[in-house]
Ligand binder design. Structure first.
Ligand SMILES: Nc1nc2c(ncn2[C@@H]2O[C@H](COP(=O)(O)OP(=O)(O)OP(=O)(O)O)[C@@H](O)[C@H]2O)c(=O)[nH]1
Ligand SMILES: [Mg+2]
Length: 249
C-alpha cells in the first residue's frame, strides 16, 4: 500500500488534463501532498483540492483546512457520503475542460477518492473500503461522453515513516501496525487531549496512559488467566474503534 506508487501517481498526473486531490477534512495538513500539488500546478493543469469527509468536522475546522492550500488550486468542501460539494466539482470540471478531458483523482490512502468517483457518477462504479490501500491499480470510469475519470491507489509521500501518524489519519490499517500497545497509548493521549470526555463516554475510562488501557480491558472483560488485564486485546479494541470512525475528537 502507498509506497512504491510514486511513479504511478506521476503517470496519472501526466495523463490527466485536470487533477483532483482528495484530502481528509479532519487531517488536511497530514493528508495533502504539496509535492504532488506543485507538480500539477507546474505542469499548467488545473488542480482541484477536494476537502472530503466535511461531514465529520465543524464549519470552523473545515475553514481552517483551506489554509495552506495555495492558489491557483481551487478548494471545494466535499462530503462524498452526503453528496455535498458534488455539483461544485462538476462545475469546476466544466469550467476547466476544453473538449474531452481526462480527470485524475489522486490522494492519500483512504481519503475517499473512490467514493468521490461514485458520487460524481451517481452510482457505485468504483469499489470502496474502510481499509486503507484498497484501490490497487488505476481504474477508468467514463463520467459522460466527454469526461473520463481515473481512480488511483492512495500514495504516501516518500520517506513518511511515522507509523502512528499514518494510522491516525486512516492511511495504515490496524493489522499492519508493528506495536499495537504503543499505538493505542499514543491514541489515548491524542483523544484525551482533543476531546477529554470521549473515552469516558465510550468505555467508562477515567485514567490516563496505561491505566486507561487497563480500564478498557477490564470493562470489556479482556482478562488473561489470573485476571490480569489483557492490554493487547484492549489496544486492538481501541484501535479498531478509531479506524471505524467510532471515536470523536
Ligand atoms: N464520513 C465520511 N466517510 C467517507 C466519505 N467519503 C468516503 N468515506 C469513507 O472513507 C472510507 C474510504 O473511502 P474510499 O473511497 O474507499 O477511499 P479511497 O481514497 O478510494 O481509498 P484507497 O483506495 O484505499 O486509497 C470508506 O469507509 C468510505 O465510506 C465522506 O465524505 N464522509
Ligand atoms: Mg480507492
Amino acid at each position: 500500500m502507498g509506497r512504491g506508487f510514486a511513479s504511478r501517481v506521476n503517470r496519472v498526473i501526466w495523463q490527466s488534463d485536470i487533477v483532483i486531490e482528495v484530502i481528509d477534512a479532519r487531517f488536511p495538513e497530514e493528508t495533502r501532498n504539496s509535492d504532488l500539488e506543485k507538480k500539477v500546478i507546474d505542469s499548467g493543469k488545473k488542480l482541484i483540492v477536494a476537502i472530503n469527509k466535511a461531514d465529520l468536522v465543524s464549519k470552523e475546522r473545515a475553514k481552517r483546512a483551506k489554509r495552506g492550500i495555495l492558489r491557483p488550486a481551487v478548494c471545494v468542501f466535499l462530503s462524498a457520503k452526503d453528496k455535498k460539494g458534488i455539483n461544485r466539482i462538476m462545475r469546476e470540471i466544466g469550467i476547466a475542460k476544453k473538449g474531452t478531458a481526462v480527470i485524475g483523482v489522486i490522494g492519500y490512502p483512504n481519503t475517499g477518492k473512490s467514493s468521490l468517483i461514485n458520487a460524481l457518477k451517481g452510482r457505485k462504479v468504483a469499489r470502496t473500503s474502510k481499509r486503507a490501500g484498497f484501490t490497487r491499480g488505476e481504474q477508468l470510469v467514463r463520467l459522460n461522453q466527454e469526461v473520463m475519470l481515473v481512480d488511483s491507489p492512495g500514495v504516501i509521500p516518500f520517506g513518511e515513516r511515522d507509523e502512528f501518524g499514518l494510522f491516525l489519519v486512516g492511511a495504515k490499517n490496524v493489522q499492519d501496525l508493528s506495536d499495537k500497545e504503543f499505538a493505542a497509548l499514543k491514541l489515548i493521549e491524542f483523544i484525551q487531549k482533543n476531546n477529554p470526555k470521549e473515552l469516558e463516554k465510550k468505555y467508562g475510562v477515567v485514567g490516563k496512559d496505561e491505566k486507561a488501557l487497563e480500564e478498557i480491558a477490564i470493562k470489556r472483560k479482556k482478562l488473561s488467566t489470573g485476571g490480569v488485564p489483557d492490554l493487547n486485546a484492549a489496544a486492538r479494541i481501541l484501535l479498531e474503534d478509531w479506524s471505524k470512525g467510532k471515536l470523536k475528537t
